[in-house]
Write a protein that binds this ligand. Sequence first.
Ligand SMILES: Nc1ncnc2c1ncn2[C@@H]1O[C@H](COP(=O)(O)OP(=O)(O)OP(=O)(O)O)[C@@H](O)[C@H]1O
Ligand code: SF4
Ligand SMILES: [Mg+2]
Length: 317
Amino acid sequence: MAPVLSVENFSIGIGGTGITDSVSFSIEPGQIYGIVGESGCGKTITALACLGMLPEPGGNRLQGQILFKGEDIYSVSRERLRQIRGAEISMIFQEPTSALNPLLTVGKQLRELFEFHEFSGNPDTRMDQVLRRVGFSDPERILESYPHQLSGGMLQRVVIALALLLHPSLIIADEPTTALDVTVQAQIMELLVELQKEEGCAVLLITHNIGLIAQYADRVGVMYAGHLIEERDVHSFLNKPYHPYSQGLMAALPDVESRKELHPIAGQVPSPGQYPAGCRFRTRCNQAFEKCDQHVPDFEPEPQQKVRCFLFEETSA
Ligand SMILES: Nc1ncnc2c1ncn2[C@@H]1O[C@H](COP(=O)(O)OP(=O)(O)OP(=O)(O)O)[C@@H](O)[C@H]1O
Ligand code: SF4
Ligand SMILES: [Mg+2]
């Protein structure tokens, strides 16, 4: 099946500083693709680049391309890009309040989407249907409400409704539950996954929480200092993470039942502009050897299972 989204060797710079480098991954229709990584590693910038949005001022594409259903996001017309954004690819942000205009009712904001994009059905019926589906038994009241009249969990449900409204092929969810209470977090994630299955759309789930990836994603990309250092199906990743950084992430995952000792990864992520040459993890890796500072590793020890680590050079085809 042709991928919904294909990111190919994509690198982003801001004002002459490399931020992400040669990022490649693709998302199949209906798949949940998780990108996990520490703060500042380039997750949000990569997500926004998928919508043709680079940081202002000074953000630019250094190399590579991003294809949405085969169309190059960086060579389609402005009009086509406008159609894609919000309708065919929609976005859910960490802060529901940042996605909604505080001065407009929920109804006005949902209706605006129908004004800007083509829709073959009846907008009122669709709004009612989606609001009910995200858990509101009284859609009329919600449509008349202003954002400040709703709780954080309710707002994130509204944002999910907004994201689903026009039957997108891809939803980009950037830390969709981080701002919510733990119990609400679980409800919102369950809802998102249930609806994504029903609607058959793909999801790019961005998070710093590897637990969410383990629970919900089909495939995972682990990001570190602007590199995708491991790119695999979640099942094999959880069985045996390849990269020393991924192994560290897993060892740092709290396990409430066994109360196991946590092993956080020592050291700090380098900042953009200070990324070391070769493997970007080498300043923190206790298995580093000579070769690690000379080239950027890129191996495929098993089909469709990629890793940027020289420990896998021998076992790769
Ligand atoms: N508009 C901008 N101008 C300058 N630098 C930026 C801009 N946006 C992002 N950056 C830098 O690019 C790097 C990647 O940022 P990004 O927001 O993608 O990180 P992230 O992985 O999403 O982090 P977090 O988990 O904190 O959201 C960071 O070092 C950040 O400081
Ligand atoms: S390439 Fe070298 S430094 Fe990087 S993770 Fe592998 S062993 Fe460690
Ligand atoms: Mg971010």
